[in-house]
Design a protein around this ligand. Structure first.
Ligand code: ADP
Length: 357
């Protein structure tokens, strides 16, 4: 059985109706593996035995009301799409069925290959959308949880720094006052950076205009933006001639700027060395940003793209943990993928793809 084959259950007490549905399903051209049940009890047993994509249930079956059957199946197998077969003109029942968890309904008299294909495709599309919404809700919940924690930490720290400062002022301890003020400046800078990156992260979701973007020009801009960091760390940044792509200039600048800035930041060598290049890979361009920095442990290579994930404390390297999560959003918005390969103490290579069209 290949992965796209759908496992479909037909639950109907009428042998003739089951045969007709089977024939129509075969004619629809949808690759499917069909199981049959003559009542809800049997349907429940089959569903328990193997995961099913779709069940097509007749509303009128002996022993159990079709709506109760749908409710029971949906409660036990929420990821299975349920299509109810109703009598002609049973719109009220159909809307009840949808309330109980059915994805769609099809009147018995209207069943033909085209109609069944349409109703199944709609049910699968609906399932995909619901899964996406669920994933986004989980993401949002996690995001809000970490956000509250990460914003609260510097605010709490500012609060205690101000209290210490009050004591130092009362005692007239000039040295401590100066040190306290420096800590406060550092913490407010961190808070401000956190808010800026948070804005970048959420803005990466916005609708933007796509145009032809010269990555060579983007890289030149980045060298200017990062000029101070490059000089301070004596970094050497080189790049091969890069192509033009279709995308959004500010977002692609943000993406490459972040990867290059990280390459400079997470490096303890005397000369941080970075190289940016691009190669054709099928219908896409594959970009590579290679550094000679501290590297990333293998077990963390996927984790670093999640929001607020930091492998080091702020006392070691400044940051917010939102940069790579923003990069991921930007790349995905452009229809590409991003990943990283790395060797600890030798360096990391970040790859991302952008479709040629
Ligand atoms: P930030 O730099 O603000 O902490 P990022 O999302 O950019 O957040 O990166 C997440 C984590 O991944 C960083 O805290 C760091 O531990 C690690 N990291 C990112 N880029 C590199 C790199 N080029 N070399 C080594 N570690 C890196």
């Amino acid at each position: 059985m290949d992965l796209t084959t759908l496992s479909i259950l037909i639950a109907d007490d009428d042998n003739g109706d089951r045969m007709q549905l089977k024939r129509v399903l075969k004619k629809s051209g949808l690759p499917c593996e069909i199981s049959e049940a003559s009542d809800i009890k049997e349907a429940l047993v089959i569903c328990q035995d193997k995961p099913l994509d779709i069940s097509i249930i007749d509303y009128q079956m002996p022993g159990q009301n079709g709506l109760e059957g749908i409710k029971a199946l949906h409660a036990l197998f929420p990821s299975m799409s349920i299509i109810m077969v109703t009598g002609q003109g049973d719109e009220i029942i159909a809307s009840e069925a949808i309330k109980q968890g059915a994805s769609d309904y099809i009147p018995k008299g209207n069943i033909d290959a085209q109609a069944i294909r349409r109703v199944i495709e709609n049910a699968l599309e609906k399932k995909k959308l619901l899964q996406k919404i669920e994933e986004q809700q989980t993401d949002l919940k996690n995001f809000a949880k970490v956000l509250v924690h990460d914003l609260k930490a510097p605010i709490r720290s500012l609060n205690s720094l101000v209290n210490f400062l009050k004591e130092d002022i009362q005692e007239g301890n000039q040295e401590n006052i100066l040190e306290g003020c420096q800590h406060i400046t550092k913490t407010t800078r961190h808070l401000s950076a956190l808010i800026d990156t948070l804005r970048d992260y959420t803005e990466a979701d916005k609708q933007v205009e796509f145009e032809t973007v010269s990555i060579n020009t983007v890289l030149q801009t980045i060298l200017e933006i990062l000029n101070v960091d490059i000089k301070e760390k004596k970094a050497q940044i080189t790049f091969d001639p890069c192509p033009e792509v279709t995308g959004n200039t500010p977002l692609l600048t943000q993406l490459l700027q972040h990867l290059v800035a990280n390459g400079i930041k997470y490096c303890e060598k005397d000369t941080p060395t970075l190289h940016v290049s691009a190669d054709k890979e099928g219908d896409a361009w594959k970009f590579t940003v290679k550094d000679n920095g501290i590297g990333i442990p293998k077990k963390d290579l996927k984790k670093i793209f999640a929001p607020f994930t930091r492998l080091h404390g702020s006392d070691q390297y400044s940051g917010t943990g939102l940069g790579l999560a923003t990069c991921k959003k930007i790349v995905e918005k452009h229809g590409g993928k991003i990943w990283c390969e790395s060797k600890e103490n030798e360096g990391s290579t970040f790859f991302f793809t952008l479709p040629k069209e």
